[in-house]
Design a binder for this molecule. Structure first.
Ligand code: URA
Length: 194
């Protein structure tokens, strides 16, 4: 029997726990925050690491930044269930500190495996940590909203919703960049009617 994408994602999630990935982070976190949404999504959005609400609920982007993200998805006619949302680092760093480079490196192969199961048309990176995981050295302030191709995969670098939440100019820029997603998707898959 061929395993479904959801089965494969569940197996990968279980492996992160059994292989004791980043035990220091796992020790201070409530639980693993693996990812949420459609296991065959055409769009995957990738943040940085879970915060307090995500750690408690076990789902990415469920706090204030998540509410804003949901609003932007609704603006382009999408629900959370239509896309897949995850983070680079899958345990909450203590006191919401930035994830350390070695923590991001440790989780990267698992993220790559997650993406190779889902096989999205578009990967939306949220914030500089997520962007630099895939394209080191690029400046988010200079390339936000511009689709980039790397190794046959298309990426759309966007500002992080948490950073844009209380910064009026950045918030509007993020909303404007987000509004271009349907057009980008149409170009990637002309038959798409989102
Ligand atoms: N910020 C992130 O980068 N990820 C989350 O899941 C929540 C907030």
């Amino acid at each position: 029997m061929v395993n479904s994408n959801q089965d494969k994602l569940d197996e990968l999630k279980a492996r992160i726990v059994t292989e004791k990935v980043t035990p220091e982070l796992a020790a201070t976190a409530t639980q693993l925050v693996f990812g949420d949404g459609n296991p065959s999504a055409k769009i995957v959005l990738i943040g940085e690491a879970p915060g307090k609400n995500e750690d408690l609920q076990g789902k990415p982007f469920v706090g204030a930044a998540g509410k804003f993200l949901n609003e932007m998805l609704a603006m382009i006619g999408l629900k959370r269930e239509d896309v897949y949302i995850t983070n680079i680092v899958k345990y909450r760093p203590p006191n919401n500190r930035d994830p350390y480079p070695d923590e991001k490196e440790t989780f990267l192969p698992f993220l790559q495996e997650q993406l190779s199961i889902i096989q999205p048309l578009l990967i939306v990176t949220l914030g500089r940590h997520s962007l630099n995981c895939f394209m080191p050295g690029l400046q988010i302030s200079q390339i936000h909203g511009q689709p980039k191709r790397k190794d046959g995969q298309i990426y759309l670098p966007l500002f992080h919703p948490a950073a844009a939440l209380y910064n009026k100019a950045m918030r509007q820029t993020l909303i404007d960049d987000f509004a271009n997603i349907p057009l980008i998707m149409q170009k990637l898959e002309p038959s798409l009617t989102t």
